[in-house]
Design a protein around this ligand. Sequence first.
Ligand SMILES: Cc1ncc(COP(=O)(O)O)c(C=O)c1O
Length: 440
Amino acid sequence: MTHTMFERSCRLFNTAGQFIAGGVTSAVRAGARPHPLYFDHGEGSALWDVDGNRYVDFALGYGPLILGHAPPIVREALHAQIDRGMTFGSQHRLEIEAAELLVAAVPGAEQAIFATTGSEAVAAALRVARGATGRPLVVKFEGHYHGWFDGIFVSTAYDPALSGPAERPRVVPQTAGTAPSSSADTIVAPWNDLMATAALLEEHRGQIAAVMLEPLAVNGGVIPPDPGFLAGLRALTRAHGALLVFDEIITGFRLALGGAQEHYGVSADLAVFAKAIAGGVAFSAVTGSRDLLHVVAEGRVVHNGTFNGNPIAAAAAVATLRYLTENQHEVYPRLHALGARLADGLSSAHPDLRVRQVGPVLNAAIGEPQSVRSIRDRAGRNVAAYERFVEGLLGRGVHTTPRGLWYLSTVHTEADVDVAIEAAKAMFARPTAILAGAEA
Ligand SMILES: Cc1ncc(COP(=O)(O)O)c(C=O)c1O
């Protein structure tokens, strides 16, 4: 592929490097090949870059765009609110409406608190958990990502030199610059190993405030919970008086209207939402029972934030949640069917292209085993080959994330999905170009 197709993007990226540290504004974006692209506009399932290239988009802003790019109903809600004021730093009706819709959609939710990003909502949930239980420790799982804040941004990746034994992973900070004490109250458990998790809870009996997890381990590569694993965690946490906290930042409103809790039939004590909740606008929430969120209501756990529940974000959330609620019986079966079509089609492109899919979330990778139950099972995958594959897809009008995640929205069509499948097949018509990086 010729890189002249990205000439303007390339120039902008070079300029950005002079004024923005690293040239990108979130570290994950630095990994794009041949270099981070600059986009001009998006509409529905399509995205245009500044060089005029059109793509069917399967990255979807890393998840928020459940209704596609620039959805008309969200735009209308935003326009209506912008004319009335952007933020009040005070109460307004839309935040109540957003909370009502959220509580109606999420199993077990009676109340909500709001923040802006997923990382903030995770921090708020952990504070509620510690405040409500009076306990210090948080258990998370290896390979699960819960945002970039100190203490919880640990052991998201597997590094054979650092990660320790499988059944007792070490707490490995994923960045320089965290306070060493911040991860002292974090314990890392192995995903899909209930016995080992039970042993950790037993070892720290009476000290564990929360067990936090992505109920579908999307960031680790869409690794589903083994049958019975979530129910096992539910029982374990109850027995230990620890709270079960689902990070539904990706799964929320995506696997089902009620997220992973509805999809897997297991209810958490607290759940955290962001991304799809507001159809592309920054907005996040924690839901739980009235009894638990009482610690916030009475002011014992302090939850602040200038932009919490701001009317722009709340307007987008209300529009998105109302649409998904009213259309859930068409939307979710369709998203699951499209996901299955994309997964089948991509898998058929080449035996080395392995795809895991749950509803409209997929992970594709090259050269990993058929059965993957934890990120350690994925250690042998060919990251460079997959990046070559993703780069090649750009030249065929398909945009997706460089690390393997694919998302679908309510406005993707079967024809969009087939564009991706055909592109993948065309790429693998010369497998050595991808697998070995051989020139044509
Ligand atoms: C499961 C999960 N939790 C938390 C976060 C952090 O959310 P944010 O990037 O909005 O801070 C992410 C972001 O990708 C996520 O995927």
